[in-house]
Design a protein around this ligand. Sequence first.
Ligand code: ZN
Ligand code: ZN
Length: 302
Amino acid sequence: MTNPVAATFDLLGDRLTLTILRHAFTHRARRFNQWMEWTGAPPAMLAARLNALVDGGVLIRVPREGGAERYEYRLTELGLATWEILVCVWAWQREWTAEGAVLPELVHGECGHRGPPMIMCRGCGRTVTTHETAVELSQDALWHIASGRRRSSRAGGAGRDEVRFEEVMQAIGDRWSASVTGLALAGVRRFGEFREALRMSPTTLTERLSRLCEAGMLRRDEDSAEYRLTPRGRGLFGVFAFLLAWSELAHPEVDESGLRIRHLDCGEVLAPALRCRGCEARLGRTEVRFEPLPRGLAGQRD
Ligand SMILES: [Zn+2]
Ligand SMILES: [Zn+2]
């Protein structure tokens, strides 16, 4: 049986897939031609991703009357539950990438607050940062996650819109990188520890680690030879937390994925939720919207 976390990274750790979902949420895209138009992706590739999302229970194919297309695709409950992952990806892009300056702004309808949310623990209701959590993982699970199918999300044919997800994909776009980033979030710092956990050849591991260093996610300390997460890498915590939570939702039949985040303040396994920085309310999907930045403002932010 495939590990749920591995299956989640395989399905969602993909630029075009995230682009498809983003358009489904923000533009209510439902038809093949709409995604074609908005993503500029090659038709065969788009069809393959839509099929994978249907197989993964994220989209459902619904017969359609009239028009040239026989079906439309709607988000299922499971599909709708990816919204927090997308918000965390957006928040990270907003803060850590150059294109963040031109991304639409998240607005909480209730209080009008604009900007990235915080993460809270649903168990105890407190706000959570990486420092109050521990990533727990089993060696076996990690091995399953890191091995197996390796699809490169960097393969060509990217549509024009997908470039937005280029940078985040350096950390979550394939199982290896996701595992290395996950271990780093778990506090692993030494080459030998990464190697032992991932059972990876030194050459491959060196290559992954330097790629993450080049991407600004990790930094190698020359004196101690340790790899530490940069603030940019640590900023991916929310993306990971919601990906893990979603993988449990998507695979209720599996008791134990072997990888989880514990909230140290309350001792519970972290069930994350988004919280407004303005009014501190827990955010529901229908209570937030994305607003394009006014034109003049978009250029000012560095
Ligand atoms: Zn808690
Ligand atoms: Zn608010």
